[in-house]
Design a protein. Structure first.
Length: 428
């Protein structure tokens, strides 16, 4: 049977959408026919003088299906069997819904699975006893693949996500804490109701057995404790759109962090550090300092925050009792509440003119703080911001006295010193 006939038969079967069993039976039958016709034709045509009946003598095979076949016929029969095997394999593939290549073609084209998984940064993860529970400070940073910011637009959103509307066309996302089973999380840029997803809520996935998270570039905020105690989390992307990460967002999620000279990073964000750190060496491209990142680092004496950092989270340097000075670049737009509370050795600080608000308790119990420079970009000062600052006597303000009067000030914002002076129109 010719190659063209076999190919036409295969195509006909495929076109009729038959079942797997039908494909196998039909194509095996085609192969069997090929064996019979090929063997008989070869025996009759190539060696007609050696054909004998069953009762005769000579070289003809005396048993079974090949009783009338010559040796040459047997060779043809073997070739036919190979054809049948190939046809059966083709039938099996066809039954599985795959394309059958053209017989004799050198290029086989098959449909490929084009779905993508959430690839991303992976880590070995190390156990430790640091306050944040992230690492013991022994596993240095390694290069690895991270998810892209647009993967959430191409992957199917995860089930069991809660979307809480902000009432302004935006919403924040959280894990459904009842019957929630997803291990690979894909957060969509838009909720099923059409709200833009701009934040991951507080405690959103805390304690969940998740392994990977894909975050869209619509997200600007990751809430406090959002991924705390996610022991199996090894892959997450932090898109450039994120401008704030809350307190202990990745505490105890050891496998997702990278250590770099005593600092622990998730993406370009510092989320923790070695508790006995004495000097800060920043990784190039550091973007933000998450809440509690340097909390209770009592051996730090001075810090120069690199240009490019935009965010200093709540409690970021809380309890750094030996720190006498800190330099903040103009790139910083947010100072979190309690950011420098308990820094008992800090004597002076300059707030850059990129900051518009000083949150509550930012400098609480900085008992050695004597002077501070506040820019005229600041429009609000939170409550208790200088609580316990008994030595603060000089507040230098770069704007006019009338501007100072218009600043919104929270409850008990004033220093606890006996007397302090506001110096307006100050030029740093």
């Amino acid at each position: 049977m010719s190659r063209e006939i076999i190919q036409d038969a295969l195509n006909g079967i495929r076109d009729e959408f038959i079942t797997e069993a039908g494909a196998r039976l039909g194509l095996v039958a085609v192969g069997a026919a090929a064996v019979g016709v090929t063997g008989a034709a070869s025996g009759a045509v190539t060696h007609p003088s050696t054909l004998y009946p069953l009762s005769g003598s000579g070289t003809a095979v005396k048993t079974g299906f090949g009783a009338w076949l010559t040796k040459g016929g047997w060779i043809a029969l073997a070739a036919g069997v190979l054809v049948a095997v190939g046809v059966a394999v083709g039938a099996f593939l066809l039954g599985r819904g795959e394309d059958i290549p053209t017989v004799g073609s050198g290029d086989v084209t098959a449909e490929q699975d084009t779905s993508e998984g959430a690839s991303g940064e992976t880590a070995d993860g190390t156990e430790g006893d640091t306050p944040g529970g992230i690492s013991d400070g022994t596993a240095e940073e390694t290069e690895s693949e991270t998810p892209t910011e647009t993967e959430a637009e191409t992957l199917a959103p995860s089930d069991f996500l809660d979307y809480i509307s902000n009432g302004d066309g935006t919403c924040y996302v959280s894990g459904d804490h009842g019957g929630w089973q997803n291990t690979d999380i894909v957060i969509p840029p838009v909720s099923p109701d059409g709200d833009i997803v701009t934040a991951i809520g507080r405690e959103a996935f805390e304690g969940r057995t998740i392994t990977s998270v894909v975050i869209p570039d619509t997200i600007t905020h990751i809430g406090s404790f959002a991924f705390r105690s996610c022991w199996d989390l090894t892959s997450i992307n932090i898109p450039d759109s994120v401008v704030s990460i809350g307190t202990d967002a990745f505490a105890d999620s050891k496998k997702v962090v990278r250590r770099k000279k005593g600092l622990y990073y998730v993406g370009d964000w510092v989320v923790d550090c070695d508790p006995d750190l004495t000097e800060v060496v920043w990784r190039e491209g550091t973007k933000g300092i998450a809440g509690c990142a340097f909390e209770d680092c009592e051996k730090l004496t001075s810090i120069v925050i690199p240009d490019g950092v935009i965010f200093i989270g709540d409690y970021a340097f809380d309890g750094c009792t030996s720190m006498t000075s800190i330099e903040i670049p103009d790139s910083v737009v947010y100072l979190g509440g309690h950011a420098f509370s308990g820094c008992r050795s800090l004597t002076s600080i300059v707030i850059p003119n990129s900051v518009t608000a000083i949150e509550s308790f930012t400098f609480a119990t900085c008992t050695s703080l004597m002077s501070i420079v506040i820019p005229d970009s600041v429009v609000s000062i939170g409550g208790y911001v200088f609580m316990g600052c008994t030595e603060l006597t000089d507040i230098y303000y770069t704007g006019y006295r009338s501007q100072w009067a218009r600043i919104s000030k929270g409850t008990f914002w004033e220093p606890d010193s006996d007397a302090y002076t506001i110096h307006d129109r100050y030029v740093p």
